[in-house]
Write a protein that binds this ligand. Structure first.
Ligand code: ATP
Ligand code: MG
Length: 437
């Protein structure tokens, strides 16, 4: 496609990505922009990142750029680093049969490796641009932009798919999902983000193969699951995940609580995702800790109740054990870095402290580093459950907004309402010790 046909202008392309393309071309290599950035530019969207693909091997790329590091085992590639922007440079992937590697010596099996379920464990067989295109996931992701003549090469009829709003895997869906089960998550993510329909053939296989996500290392799933919910279309993505039975393999403790469509658990997650989408779409920060805290909140409550009923534990002890148990089970599936899990724990534990407001506690709570997150969390709970919980959330809303004098009055009123006196409860006078004499 010529420039007139695809409409991509160099102005939409990051200067650093252009630098990488020019440098590779200057050294005699082929180099293209590929994947999501080309797709998004055609759609008139701002690409999230710019990916380059070339016939230079990772080592050859490294030799060309001082600011370059090689990463990845399953999929070796080069990162060219420009301050905060990273341009990913991959070498054309080839098919695993009858291919040679960069030196032409090692047998292909060492470079490409497959599991019994058909999952590709290592993908470092290099090939031609045509082979590279066939190894990409969706037809809309297999378009290549060349800066030397401003053309886009569309190997899988992605342009037509964009016009039809059709998301379609390249090749046989079952084989492609088995090769990399994460493609199922990518399917729902792109369908939601790009407002496209997953083609019937690509959609059908997902219902059967979702459990293969259990074979993906928890660390990779952490990255992929974040992407699902920070696209600004998290709610839509979640609904599609439910439709395609993808919650169960990722959140096995939450999934049973979502069976009924109107359950408070369902509403709670949706409300949280709606808020998250709003924040993202208005440029506010979000943290994965808050989202995970919400995904696991009702599983914790349920488990806590069970521990109280069956083991006779008090609420505080049961709650702490439930937090540990639920978190432990979740990280078998999705790794959660410490910095996030410790924040999740704080958000959860503060839910127990927010009702306790007497004396200096309310003021101390306002100063707590996680107060804001814990309050936002309480507010969503209140909006879903109503009753006392909503009253509590509203109380905190007001307490933050009013003057110091009014705060005092709020606390006095609270004490009266709870049946105590406005003053400190008097200590029972100590009994006098009998004197030694
Ligand atoms: P975005 O960056 O908006 O999330 P993207 O399509 O650019 O979307 P990346 O993860 O950046 O997604 O991948 C870049 C390209 O690499 C994709 O467009 C696709 O061509 C290819 N790709 C990525 N992941 C896979 C995969 N699991 N299987 C096959 N091809 C993939
Ligand atoms: Mg990308």
């Amino acid at each position: 496609m010529t420039r007139g046909e695809h409409g991509i202008s160099r102005k939409g392309i990051s200067d650093n990505a252009l630098k990488v393309l020019y440098r590779l071309n200057g050294a005699g290599f082929d180099a293209y922009l590929v994947g999501g950035c080309v797709r998004d530019l055609i759609l008139g969207l701002q690409p999230k990142d710019f990916d380059v693909v070339t016939n230079a091997t990772p080592d050859e790329v490294k030799a060309l750029f001082k600011n370059c590091r090689l990463i990845g085992r399953r999929f070796r590639l080069a990162h060219v680093v420009f301050g905060r922007e990273i341009i990913e440079v991959a070498t054309f992937r080839g098919h695993h049969q009858n291919s040679t590697d960069e030196t032409g010596k090692k047998p292909a099996e060492v470079l490409g490796k497959q599991s019994q379920e058909g999952q590709i464990l290592r993908d470092n067989v290099f090939g031609s641009i045509e082979e590279d295109a066939e190894r990409r996931d969706f037809t809309v992701n297999a378009m290549y932009y060349r800066v030397t003549d401003f053309t886009v090469t569309d190997f899988a009829n992605g342009m037509q798919a964009i016009k039809d709003k059709r998301l379609e895997l390249i090749g046989d869906p079952e084989t492609r999902y088995r090769e990399d089960p994460v493609r199922m998550l990518r399917a729902v993510r792109f369908a939601a983000k790009l407002n496209m329909q997953i083609s019937p053939k690509s959609a059908e296989a997902i219902h059967q193969l979702g459990s293969l996500l259990n074979n993906i290392p928890p660390a990779r799933l952490f990255e992929e699951v974040i992407k699902l919910f920070i696209s600004g279309q998290g709610l839509r993505t979640f609904e599609l995940m439910q439709e395609y039975d993808l919650i169960q393999p990722l959140f096995p403790q939450l999934s049973p609580l979502l069976k009924s469509k109107d359950s408070r658990e369902n509403q709670f997650i949706k409300k949280m995702l709606m808020n998250t989408d709003n924040r993202i779409n208005t440029g506010q920060r979000v943290t994965p800790a808050f989202m995970y805290a919400a995904f696991l909140w009702y599983p914790i409550e349920e488990h806590c109740q069970k521990l109280m009923d069956e083991a006779g534990l008090n609420h505080f002890d049961a709650f702490n054990i439930a937090v540990n148990d639920v978190l432990h089970r979740q990280i078998q599936r999705i790794m959660i870095p410490k910095r996030f899990s410790s924040m999740m724990r704080e958000i959860w534990l503060l839910q127990l402290r927010l009702p306790k407001r007497f004396g200096r506690r309310a003021y101390q709570m306002l100063e707590h580093a996680r107060f804001r997150a814990a309050y936002d969390f309480l507010l969503i709970r209140g909006q879903i459950e109503g009753g006392k919980l909503l009253e509590l959330a509203d109380w905190w809303t007001e307490f933050q907004e009013v003057s110091p004098e009014q705060r005092k009055q709020m606390l006095t009123k609270l004490r009266e309402a709870e049946g105590g006196s406005a003053r400190r409860p008097r200590r029972r006078p100590k009994r006098k010790k009998p004197s030694a004499s």
